[in-house]
Design a protein around this ligand. Structure first.
Ligand SMILES: Cc1ncc(COP(=O)(O)O)c(C=O)c1O
Length: 436
C-alpha cells in the first residue's frame, strides 16, 4: 500500500485491526468491476452495497452532478426550495404505487427510517391518537443505525449495546423456517408467521402501536424472501388495528425485484415506503420517504398558524446535487429498461445461484429478482466463516457483502451472462476450499 496512513479513519461496521493487517481498498470502478490501487481487478457481486444498480462510473450521472454544482450547488429546504427537488418528487411519485405521492427527502436509509417513524407519530398525534407510540418490527430486521432504526433492529448486535437510546419496539419472528431451505422465490410455507402481528396487537393493545416496519425482502440478514401471502396478511392486520404499515425498500426499491418497488411486485401497498441506495445509483447520498396523501394531509391540516407542520428535516434534505444524481439515475433505469431487465434476467441469475447448491459450504440458498442469499454452513463461531469467505473471495477477485455467515449476491442490473458466470466461477472455487 505504500505510504497510506490508515490510523485515522475509523471504518464503520469493520474490524479495524483486521482491516489494517489485510486492507481491502478500491481505487477505481467501472461497470461491474473494481480495481485495487495495485491494479487487482474484482467483480462486484453486490452493486457496491446494493447501490450501483446501473453499474459503476456512469457518465450521464457524473455530467448531471457537474452541471448542477455549477448551476445551484446548494440551497437549504427550510422555507426555501429548488425547482429540481419538485421535479424529482414528481418523478418518484410516478414510479411508486398509486397514492404514495408525498415525498420527504434525507441523505441515508437510516435517516429515511427515522423520518418515517416520526411521520407515523406525527400522524397519529394529529388525529388524536398520540398514545400510539410503540412500533413493531421483526427479528433479523435491518433498518439502519440511527436511533429509531437501532430500536427497530432485529439483528441483535446492532441494538444490544445501545439500550440507552432505543425506544419501545416489539419484534415479530423472522420468516425463515427450516422447511424453506433452498426454496427459490417466495417460500410456500410460513404465512402464519404474520399472525405474530395480531398477537402483538392483542398483547400490547393495538391502541398503543403506531406502525409496523418490515423489509419486504429482508436484505441485510442475507435475503429472506417473504412467504407467499405473508405481506398481504400483514396489510390486513395493520388495517384491522389502525396501524401504519411501512415497507423499508432501501434495498428492494428501484428494480431489485423486477418491479420499481417490491410493494408492486408483491401486490401489497403499504402506507409509507422508505428508499435510498439505488435512488442515485450510489453516487451521492440520498434517501426518500414516500407517504400516502392522506397521511401528509392529516399532519398538515392539524397544524396551526404559520409554524412548520412537521418539526423535522436535515441540512441536506433534497440536496440539489443529489436530486440531479437521482434524476440522471432514474433516466438510465428508464432508458435502458433496467427494471424489466431484472425481470427477464432473474431466471438466469437464480439458475446460477441455485447451481451452487451442492457445494460443501453451502447450507441454504434464497433469492428473488436479482437479490440472493448464500447461507454458509456454520463455522467454529457465528460469523467467522462468512468473514473468512469474504476475504478469500476478495483475493480471488470477487467483492461480495457478507453478513454473519451469509453472502449477499446482488449484482448490477447491467451484468451480462458472461460476467455472471465469472462471478459464480469464483464462488465455486472458494466455496469448496478446505481452509474455509
Ligand atoms: C432496509 C434498510 N434500511 C435502512 C438501511 C440503512 O441505510 P443507510 O446505510 O443508507 O443509512 C439499509 C442499509 O443497508 C437497509 O438495507
Amino acid at each position: 500500500m505504500g505510504m497510506l496512513n490508515m490510523e485515522h479513519h475509523w471504518l464503520p461496521f469493520t474490524n479495524n485491526r483486521l482491516f489494517r493487517e489485510e486492507p481491502q481498498i478500491f481505487a477505481r470502478a467501472e461497470g461491474v468491476r473494481y480495481w485495487t490501487p495495485e491494479g487487482q481487478e474484482l467483480l462486484d457481486a453486490s452493486s457496491g452495497l446494493f447501490c450501483c444498480a446501473a453499474g459503476h462510473g456512469r457518465r450521464e450521472i457524473a455530467d448531471a452532478i457537474h452541471k448542477q454544482v455549477l448551476e445551484l450547488d446548494y440551497t437549504t429546504h427550510f422555507q426555501r426550495a429548488a425547482p429540481i427537488s419538485f421535479e424529482l418528487a414528481e418523478r418518484l411519485s410516478g414510479l411508486l404505487p398509486e397514492g404514495l405521492d408525498r415525498i420527504f427527502f434525507g441523505s441515508s436509509g437510516s435517516e429515511a427510517v427515522d423520518s418515517a417513524m416520526k411521520i407515523c407519530l406525527a400522524y397519529h398525534r394529529a388525529r388524536g391518537q398520540g398514545q400510539r407510540t410503540r412500533f413493531v418490527s421483526r427479528s433479523w430486521a435491518y433498518h439502519g443505525v440511527n436511533v429509531g432504526g437501532t430500536s427497530l433492529a432485529g439483528m441483535v448486535n446492532n441494538r444490544r449495546d445501545f439500550s440507552g437510546v432505543t425506544s419501545d419496539v416489539v419484534h415479530m419472528r423472522h420468516t425463515w423456517t427450516e422447511e424453506q431451505r433452498f426454496s427459490r422465490g417466495e417460500p410456500e410455507t410460513g404465512v402464519e408467521l404474520a399472525e405474530d402481528l395480531e398477537d402483538i396487537c392483542k398483547t400490547y393493545g393495538a391502541e398503543t402501536i403506531a406502525g409496523v416496519f418490515v423489509e419486504p425482502i429482508a436484505g441485510s440478514i442475507g435475503t429472506v424472501v417473504p412467504p407467499k401471502g405473508y405481506l398481504k396478511r400483514l396489510r390486513e392486520i395493520a388495517d384491522k388495528y389502525g396501524l401504519l404499515l411501512i415497507f423499508d425498500e432501501v434495498i428492494t426499491g428501484f428494480g431489485r425485484t423486477g418491479s420499481a418497488f417490491a410493494s408492486q411486485e408483491f401486490g401489497v401497498t403499504p402506507d409509507i415506503v422508505t428508499m435510498a441506495k439505488a435512488l442515485t445509483n450510489g453516487t451521492v447520498p440520498m434517501s426518500a420517504v414516500a407517504v400516502r396523501t392522506r397521511i401528509q394531509k392529516t399532519i398538515i391540516d392539524a397544524a396551526e398558524g404559520d409554524r412548520p407542520e412537521f418539526f423535522h428535516g436535515y441540512t441536506y434534505s433534497a440536496h440539489p446535487v443529489a436530486c440531479a444524481a437521482a434524476l440522471a439515475s432514474l433516466n438510465i433505469y428508464r432508458d435502458e429498461g433496467l427494471f424489466e431487465r431484472v425481470k427477464d434476467f432473474s431466471p438466469t441469475f437464480l439458475d446460477a445461484v441455485f447451481g451452487l447448491r451442492n457445494l460443501p459450504h453451502v447450507a441454504d440458498l434464497r433469492g428473488y429478482g436479482m437479490l440472493a442469499g448464500i447461507q454458509l454452513t456454520p463455522g467454529e463461531k457465528p460469523g467467522l466463516k462468512g468473514s473468512i469467505a469474504q476475504r478469500l473471495l476478495f483475493k480471488e477477485g470477487l467483492h461480495i457483502k457478507a453478513t454473519g455467515d451469509a453472502l449477499i449476491f446482488a449484482p448490477s442490473f447491467t451484468t451480462t451472462e458472461d460476467e455472471l458466470a465469472q462471478m459464480t466461477d469464483i464462488l465455486r472455487r472458494v466455496l469448496v476450499r478446505g481452509d474455509l
